[in-house]
Ligand binder design. Sequence first.
Ligand SMILES: *Cc1c(COP(=O)(O)O)cnc(C)c1O
Length: 382
Amino acid sequence: MNDAKPAQPLLPFTRPTIDEETIAEVVAVLRSGWLATGPKVAQLEAELSRYLGGRPVRSQTSATAGLEMALLACGIGPGDEVITPALSFVATANVIMRVGARPIFVDVGLDSRNIDFDQVEAALTPRTRAIMPVHFAGLPVDMERLYAIAQRRGLRVIEDAAHAIGSAWRGKRIGSFGDLVCFSFHPNKNITTIEGGAISGGSPEELKAIELHRWHGQVKFGTDGFDTLLPGGKCNLSDVAAAVGLGQLRHLEAFNARRRELVARYFELWGGDDAPLRLPERGDEGHSWHVFTPLLPLPRLRISRGEFMEAMKARGIGVGVHYPAIHLFSCYRALGYREGQFPNAERIGRETVTLPLFPAMQLADVERVVQAATDILHGARK
Ligand SMILES: *Cc1c(COP(=O)(O)O)cnc(C)c1O
């Protein structure tokens, strides 16, 4: 007799939740005859703006495009330096290179994963033009310290808020204040437009520049007049995508509350000193928990991170990696960055694992993940 239990379905580390009403709205847009940028995009921008305290919002096809346009709108280019953390998704640094500026990496806190402001101060030079921090996993950086440094040195801040829609710092939503705040609506993020992003904030001149970079650098006037003011790109959101986003935005608060509830269960089960892995900084109610990323105690294990991930997968649990340290990628080593410069980012890059966390998960799923990881890690102790 085979008494093996039926295999449980794979629990991915993330999965978007799209309701039937949203699907119906997408179908209605498809039938409407207007698919590209139109009334749904205008409505999404207006609703995001309302959510963010009335600040101007400009959507685009990705946060990567948004971050790049924000840099261009600030006039940042060759000869300029932008300070940014060595630990993030690589897009954060790539966009700095793409506008011809130089990314100046600094280390992050081991548990917060957020940029270390003491090191930001030390990295300032006469060429520094901007700071691009990341609210890692949705844990806001110290906004008081960030903007104090920026104001003292006359720098622009471009916040990579890809993880932080719905996050709040001392009760104020990320994106409801600050210079230029860039959100992502990739399907892995807290809300999605399939692919998409939005910039909140910006001066009137920066907003004008963002609109031009977003759409061919072109302006229209009169009935049939056109002018092209700069060689703009093409990254306007579609109404189909915006319809998805509008359906998501209705659930944002509930999604994030659910994420906090699931994380609370992880902390409950692993809160003691005997936890088999190192949990990230807890934060407060303003943490939107885009990802849950503990560190494996690799020096005390007989297995590699890859082997841990394989063992979890064999138990039907998906595990991700957010993220390898950016400065160790070939593209950045070519600028002279090397091993040993940013010990926390490097250690996180080696040891981090992303465990399942998404709004449709059940508390029992958290228990299953904790049980599996604990078993694997205890069995692998040196
Ligand atoms: C996802 C992500 C981005 C890029 O977002 P896209 O919308 O996929 O372009 C940028 N920065 C961070 C930190 C991210 O996690």
